[in-house]
Design a protein around this ligand. Structure first.
Ligand SMILES: NC(=O)C1=CN([C@@H]2O[C@H](COP(=O)(O)OP(=O)(O)OC[C@H]3O[C@@H](n4cnc5c(N)ncnc54)[C@H](O)[C@@H]3O)[C@@H](O)[C@H]2O)C=CC1
Ligand SMILES: O=C(CO)COP(=O)(O)O
Length: 473
């Protein structure tokens, strides 16, 4: 082949390659975009664009953060790939961000420059009585900080013709709601709500949340000025103000700054003093009077921490409250699949999907809540695990699956007057999501509601989750 022929062939090759290069690049660009999209599973970015409420913009913002964070992680991983094997010297210089926070050490209390705090427990059920025991044990030790005597308001009822309050005050046992557990003698049962809270500086609310509104109504005008509160309830208040944390509801109705206590705390185990952890969350109010004069994190730790009940005090009230309320609904879902005999994989799947929906609910409606609370604190994933393993909600749901009975029948037959809060919470959450036209964004929470209230077959849970997911995303 001569030089001119070779030149012409090369020219043809260059023109051919160039004209196809654009096609090739476009093809690869499309392919890579598609793969990236698949890998990211950007559920939040698409269909919600049709939704124009405030909650949408919050969600969209957090999804953007999520994507940014993800790409940052990828870059860092590639750059910091170790060139040599780890050696003790190299490891010494590494600062690793341990994702699970260590609990603070024990309390160091300043001497009070005021009278000791008087504490009242409002409620005397399974958890109410257990927390009253914990608190009374502590007030008996820290008498320089707390009044030794703790009042416990009891919704009075007769047990074999005798008042429950009388039994508690003489036998020092709550024979109906916490049988077999000795209660401290400085814990005093009181059937009068207004008398029990008289002069109280710290109110610990601990009743099934369906009774809270009436109790708060009765308390109006009877609470000491400057009193502070802690809500141990797990649930929401859904009303004219939308979905509200119970602690915020208490603050709004009573003018009492209120935090929350929530954790992996099956009451019978805590009552037997088997080791567990909990999270207390409290934000210092604007009218905080100062250390030694007012309730703060140290005072709360002194009030609730026991050798068998480890307390971490933080300020994310919303995060711990959302986790505590919604894990009861997820536990019903877990109970259904367990009752159907589907085994551990199914339970784990429900918990995984449930945790995602809990975090999403928090990010959407309470953007002040922190994602790390859900995995760092006892009130987060630990509570989900313990409730799904042995709580009352899971028991009720299992019973429904095995007997075909309704949730309320199961609760009545199994719980001897105690309450499985997931039954009411799933209804309240459904009503709220329905109002926001967002039920499809929470397929598991919605499936549980449909099973409990509309007799949807529980065998369809996998389809219900999948169908809603497909529709929603
Ligand atoms: N039991 C547990 O293991 C735990 C429960 N919680 C939460 O603590 C809160 C309180 O639960 P529990 O103490 O276990 O209650 P519970 O489920 O034992 O309910 C029984 C209590 O409700 C009261 N009650 C019944 N009818 C009433 C009425 N009309 N008005 C007022 N009170 C009435 C009873 O007197 C009794 O004190 C709930 O929000 C629950 O989710 C949180 C952690 C653990
Ligand atoms: O909140 C609880 C454990 O932390 C109790 O859960 P149950 O109400 O399902 O028993």
């Amino acid at each position: 082949m001569g030089f001119p022929a070779l030149t012409s062939l090369m020219a043809q090759y260059i023109i051919f390659t160039y004209s196809h290069l654009t096609l090739l690049v476009s093809f690869h660009f499309l392919l890579i975009s598609y793969l990236l999209k698949k890998m990211n599973v950007i559920k939040y970015s698409k269909p919600l664009l049709t939704y124009s409420r405030t909650s949408y913009s919050i969600l969209h913002k957090s999804s953007t953060n999520l994507i940014t964070a993800r790409s940052k992680t990828t870059t860092t991983t590639t750059k910091s790939k170790p060139k040599t094997m780890a050696s003790p010297n190299r490891l010494k210089n590494l600062s690793v961000n341990f994702p699970i926070k260590k609990s603070e050490s024990t309390v160091s209390l300043h001497p009070l420059s005021r009278d000791p705090f008087k504490v009242t427990i409002i409620g005397s059920g399974n958890w109410g009585t257990t927390i009253a025991k914990v608190v009374a044990e502590n007030t008996a030790i820290h008498t320089h900080v707390f009044h030794k005597e703790v009042q416990m308001w009891v919704f009075e009822e007769k047990i074999d013709g005798v008042n429950l309050t009388e039994i508690i005050n003489t036998k020092h046992e709550n024979v109906k709601y916490l049988p077999g557990i000795d209660l401290p003698e400085n814990l005093v049962a009181n059937p009068s709500l207004t008398d029990a809270v008289k002069d109280a500086d710290i109110l610990v609310f601990n009743v099934p949340h369906q009774f809270l509104a009436r109790i708060v109504g009765q308390l109006q005008g009877h609470v000491k000025e400057g009193a502070r509160g802690i809500s141990c309830l797990k649930g929401f208040e859904v009303g004219v103000k939308g979905v509200q944390l119970l602690s915020s509801y208490i603050t709004d109705e009573l003018g009492v700054a209120c935090g929350a206590l929530s954790g992996a705390n099956l009451a019978p185990e805590v009552a037997k003093e088997h080791f567990s952890e909990t999270t207390v969350a409290y934000q210092l109010p604007k009218d905080f009077k100062g250390e030694g004069k007012d309730v703060d994190h140290k005072i709360l730790k002194a009030l609730f921490h026991r050798p068998y009940f480890h307390v971490n005090v933080i300020d994310d009230v919303a995060g711990i409250s959302i986790a505590g309320a919604l894990k009861n609904v997820v536990a019903l879902g877990c109970g259904f699949v367990e009752g159907l005999g589907w085994g551990s994989n199914a339970g784990a799947a429900i918990q995984r999907v449930g945790l995602g929906e809990i975090i999403k609910f928090g990010q959407m409606f309470f953007p002040e809540s922190r994602v790390e609370t859900y995995y760092q604190e006892s009130a987060g994933v630990a509570d989900l695990i313990t409730t799904c393993s042995g709580g009352r909600n899971v028991k009720v749901a299992k019973f429904m699956a095995k007997t075909g009975k309704s949730a309320l029948e199961a609760e009545k037959e199994l719980l001897n007057g105690q309450s499985a809060q997931g039954i009411i919470t799933c209804k309240e959450v459904h009503e709220w999501l329905d109002k926001c036209e967002l039920t499809q964004e929470f397929p598991l929470l919605e499936a549980v509601y449909q099973i409990v209230y509309n007799n949807a077959p529980m065998e369809n849970i996998p389809d219900m989750i999948e169908a809603l997911e497909d529709f929603g995303f």
